[in-house]
Design a protein around this ligand. Structure first.
Ligand SMILES: Nc1ncnc2c1ncn2[C@@H]1O[C@H](COP(=O)(O)OP(=O)(O)OP(=O)(O)O)[C@@H](O)[C@H]1O
Ligand SMILES: [Mg+2]
Length: 96
């Protein structure tokens, strides 16, 4: 089970470039659930995925995997709880 509890993330806080990327985002996914996240450019989709995988840590809120609070675990330590597959290979494979 994956639980997101009131995730909040602001970039460049206190500057003219301040942007609240996530504002109280909550979600509970059970085993077998299939979810598609949609949203316009800049809606916060990547920020959300980065927060689940540990690339980014929430300013406020919690990420729980099987009831374990992983909110403060960086990506390399979170890897034993959750995996992520990117749609593109990086670096790009050489052209044939
Ligand atoms: N590292 C960062 N520094 C500053 N602002 C950021 C950073 N990452 C994201 N943002 C800002 O946070 C908001 C959400 O960005 P995010 O990349 O999560 O959106 P997205 O839904 O993935 O967009 P897209 O459809 O273009 O991929 C945007 O306004 C973006 O400019
Ligand atoms: Mg994105």
């Amino acid at each position: 089970m994956l639980q997101l509890k009131e995730l909040y993330k602001v970039f460049n806080e206190g500057t003219p470039d301040e942007k609240i990327a996530l504002h109280q985002v909550s979600l509970t996914l059970m085993p077998g659930d299939f979810v598609t996240v949609i949203g316009s450019n800049g809606a916060g989709k990547s920020t959300l995925m980065n927060m689940i995988s540990g690339v980014l840590l929430p300013d406020v809120g919690e990420v729980l995997i099987e009831n374990k609070d992983v909110s403060k675990l960086p990506e390399h330590k979170r890897g034993k709880y959750i995996g992520r597959v990117f749609k593109t290979q990086w670096p790009e494979p050489p052209l044939p």
